[in-house]
Design a protein around this ligand. Sequence first.
Ligand SMILES: Cc1cc2nc3c(=O)[nH]c(=O)nc-3n(C[C@H](O)[C@H](O)[C@H](O)COP(=O)(O)OP(=O)(O)OC[C@H]3O[C@@H](n4cnc5c(N)ncnc54)[C@H](O)[C@@H]3O)c2cc1C
Length: 391
Amino acid sequence: MDAIVIGAGIGGLCAAIGLRQRGWQVTVLERAAAFSEVGAGLTLMANGLRGLDVLGIGDTVRAAGRADAPGGTRASSGRWISRIDAEAMTRLLGTAALGIHRATLHEILRAALPAGTILTGAQVTGLGPQARGDEPTGRQVVYQHAGKTVTVRAALIVAADGIDSAVRAQLWPDHPGPVHSGSTAWLGVTGPWAGERAAAISWGPGAEFGTVPLGDGRVYWFAAVNAPAKWRVEDEMAAVRQRFGGWHDPVPGLLDATDPAAVIRTDLRHLAAPLPSYVRGNVALLGDAAHAMTPNLGQGANQAIEDAVVLAAVCGPGDAIPAALAEYDRQRRPRSQQVARAAVQIGRIGQQLANPLAVGLRNTMMRLTPSRLALRSMARHADWDAPRIPR
Ligand SMILES: Cc1cc2nc3c(=O)[nH]c(=O)nc-3n(C[C@H](O)[C@H](O)[C@H](O)COP(=O)(O)OP(=O)(O)OC[C@H]3O[C@@H](n4cnc5c(N)ncnc54)[C@H](O)[C@@H]3O)c2cc1C
């Protein structure tokens, strides 16, 4: 029984690993011709790490990353608004969050699949008509590869083709698709860094600067500001310095330690309108294709990992696929859409809040919040028990 996964991002690769463990023959179709080192860092939370544990690669990932350092939230002056006790968080959730470079995580995920599972340079152009109305015949996947149009049929199709999912657009043509959140973010990774290594966020009016220490002595940073969609600047690093160069230490030092040519910027987009379903026939949407969210909770990839583990847990090669996928939808849609909603809300009262009076009020309220309450509210979304994948 064949499964086709469209997209070799974090979600697609985790799905492929889980489905193989479940007994599926899996092919991953990826449009990129090759995998490059571009990209920045990522925080894996307890829920994502528990999912990776079930997939059998949690320890490898932990060894390649850096367990959460103490940190919290500061004002742009450097004054702490809220401190996070990383050890207490680890006790609460049973595992520490992890900072890791995306390229490192991606490499580990690829290594967990047998050679030949991923077909690169394979751009899916759409799904063919349902051959018969019933499973397991399923739909055809049409893709371009080496200048040819190829059509294959699979009993299970997993669309993990990201925020601009072509599969979502085809199967849910009335859905408005992703929208701009009102913010844009620069991402950078320092060279070797001997200074402060806190997992922290600093908030100024309409702006946020965050740091995530990586396993190899570098620090991943992100800097987000309110901005219109497709905002253009001539020199990205000059724009970051103009906005954040006067912030507290170690922000200016981190910028100095970063190769300006490697700084990337991305508009922060999300699926503001939740999908009515993540499944249609024998097709399941997964990861950003299903629930692209703003990064304010650091949960997008973690939710994609949850999707992958649940899909493999509920959908075996001998199962009635529509029923199994209905269960996937039942388990995944409410949770992931709730996390996506919470991420938008955190963004509004965090990075996007621009009125100085409102900023002052928020900071005072956060300072007055007992640390135990703050800890619990931060841990809420990361507290998830991964199901077992039947072998
Ligand atoms: C600034 C920023 C910071 C973030 N920080 C965090 C964080 O700290 N923690 C966290 O959990 N999440 C974070 N996220 C979110 C996270 O990056 C995403 O949720 C996650 O990468 C989604 O993975 P995915 O596999 O669903 O999609 P993607 O990573 O987008 O992968 C989709 C794949 O599909 C391929 N593809 C697309 N179309 C086709 C096609 N037609 N045919 C074949 N292949 C195709 C693409 O080339 C790509 O490889 C952040 C996001 C942003 C923007």
